[in-house]
Write a new protein. Structure first.
Length: 146
């Protein structure tokens, strides 16, 4: 094989490798968000699902990571443990105790704050009282949303 043909084959192989690695990138978007950019919520926050229609769970805080057969409906109670941008990591505890708890990422804009879950430090009361007042006025989303 000539030197020119070998260079061509080498370049074609390099392009193929780059194409394969680029094709793998979308899968990475469904990985966990960077820990330093995720806000842990303590105590956990209680929410009701608001709006209309299904609120789908996502494997990661990204619209492309929807879990098609996993959703909650308006009025369902969710407990949020983390927040990442406009997303909340929540747990749904079904009323029927024979069913399993479900957890995943949901869009915060469909959540109506109902209160904290667990003990709250007295210094945090003003924050949560303000969040409760905002929810009573119909504001949806996390109390941390801008």
């Amino acid at each position: 094989m000539s030197l020119l043909a070998m260079k061509f084959v080498g370049m074609a192989f390099a392009v193929m490798i780059c194409s394969v690695s680029q094709a793998a990138v979308p899968g990475k978007q469904c990985g966990e968000p960077p820990e330093k950019e995720t806000m842990s919520l303590f105590p956990a926050l209680g929410y009701n699902v608001a709006g209309s229609g299904r609120l789908y769970f996502h494997a990661a805080p990204n619209l492309n990571c929807r879990i098609d057969n996993l959703f909650v409906i308006p009025g369902d109670l969710l407990v949020a443990h983390e927040q990442f941008g406009e997303w909340s990591y929540v747990v749904f505890v079904p009323k029927n105790q024979n069913k399993k708890e479900v957890s995943g990422w949901v869009e915060s804009k469909r959540l109506k704050f109902i209160g904290t879950m667990g003990n709250t430090d007295e210094k945090d009361f003003p924050f949560y009282e303000n969040a409760q007042k905002a929810a009573e006025k119909g504001k949806l989303g996390s109390p941390f949303s801008k």
